[in-house]
Design a protein around this ligand. Structure first.
Ligand code: DAH
Length: 331
């Protein structure tokens, strides 16, 4: 026989107990199930009456148990919510923190140096015209840099600037000497290999003042100091070179920071690393912006090249592949 199941349901304290009771009553060997199986021993009217009785009981207990279980579950949920206090302002230990990209960090360091020496920071458009990017900088029409192979051109003749030097032109046109600026920013060239990507960053420098106030020795002094700031104790050498916008021009090398000048893979056994270009502003450039009786110096450097040397990275492309395993190292 089955006992008073309604009473048992009423006395339930947890949803786990409720589930246990459900199995005890309705399960394969449950008390009610067993009562149902006894029906086969009965016959006629008696069987009919008992079956009706059992079905009524089944329906009643099912409903009562369902209701009780719902009440218990709701109560348990409320209790759990009260117990579990979640501080949503806490950081999860699994959250990965961002880091400054090595190219940005290098850029910031370069800018900091020149700001400390009272240089202003100028910017210019990434989409330039031939005048600012080439012509005013004394880059002749047949110069290889103007070739479609090297420069991204738009249909209307505009182009993606190939260097930050056009900002020199814009700054001189928009202001008057004395000028003392750097211009950091992205530049674009059709190039892709270990040490070249179609987009990279340069910092341009320009100082213009009355004749006699700006000399190559000023340029040399500031660049030597700057390179020591960036790379620590290094030897600096100026090699004569050519740029259309400066005359005389020089390329600047530092003694190899990897082998201290004795010759290795990075410096190609020369002991020296080329790090920037510079020179005294060419008269043709001043003519293009209508400047008279002034002198100036300029320099330009590639930020990625600096970042590669500082962090000993030999494939420039890895800076831009957004592989977090690579970037996480610079945290
Ligand atoms: N514009 C040159 C380049 O992209 C870099 C450069 C060299 C800038 C010498 C200068 C400079 O201002 O004097 O390769």
């Amino acid at each position: 026989m089955i006992g008073d199941i309604s009473k048992e349901i009423e006395c339930l304290k947890t949803s786990v107990e409720a589930e246990e009771l459900r199995v005890k009553v309705f399960g394969k060997k449950g008390s009610l199930t067993q009562e149902f199986s006894k029906l086969k021993d009965l016959a006629g009217e008696e069987k009919k009456v008992r079956a009706k009785e059992l079905n009524e009981l089944k329906e009643r207990y099912t409903n009562e148990l369902y209701l009780k279980t719902e009440i218990l579950k709701t109560k348990e949920l409320q209790e759990r919510l009260l117990r579990e206090e979640i501080d949503v302002t806490l950081f999860s230990p699994l959250t990965s923190k961002g880091a400054i990209h090595p190219v940005n960090a290098t850029m910031d360091r370069i800018i900091e140096y020149f700001i400390s020496l009272n240089f202003g920071v100028e910017s210019g458009p990434l989409v330039e015209d031939e005048f600012h990017n080439f012509e005013a900088l004394n880059i002749q029409p047949h110069h290889p840099a103007r070739d479609m192979q090297d420069t991204f051109y738009f249909k209307d003749g505009k182009l993606l600037r190939t260097h930050t030097s056009p900002v020199q032109i814009r700054t001189m046109k928009n202001s008057k000497p004395p000028i003392r600026i750097i211009s950091p920013g992205a530049v674009f060239r059709r190039d892709y290999d270990l040490t070249h990507t179609p987009m990279f960053h340069q910092v341009e420098g320009l100082v213009v003042d009355e004749i006699g106030k700006v000399s190559f020795s000023n340029l040399k002094y500031i660049l030597e100091d700057f390179l020591t700031y960036m790379f620590g104790e290094v030897d600096v050498r100026f090699r004569t070179s050519f740029f259309p916008f400066t005359e005389p021009s020089a390329e600047v090398d530092i003694s190899c920071i990897f082998c201290k000048g004795s010759g290795c893979r990075v410096c190609k056994k020369t002991g020296w690393l080329e790090v920037l270009g510079c020179g005294i502003v060419d008269k043709n450039v001043f003519d293009a912006v209508g400047y008279k009786n002034v002198s100036g110096y300029a320099f330009g450097l590639g930020v990625e090249r600096f970042a590669m040397l500082i962090h000993n990275v030999n494939d420039l492309r890895s800076f831009f592949e957004t592989d977090t395993r690579m970037l996480e190292q610079f945290r």
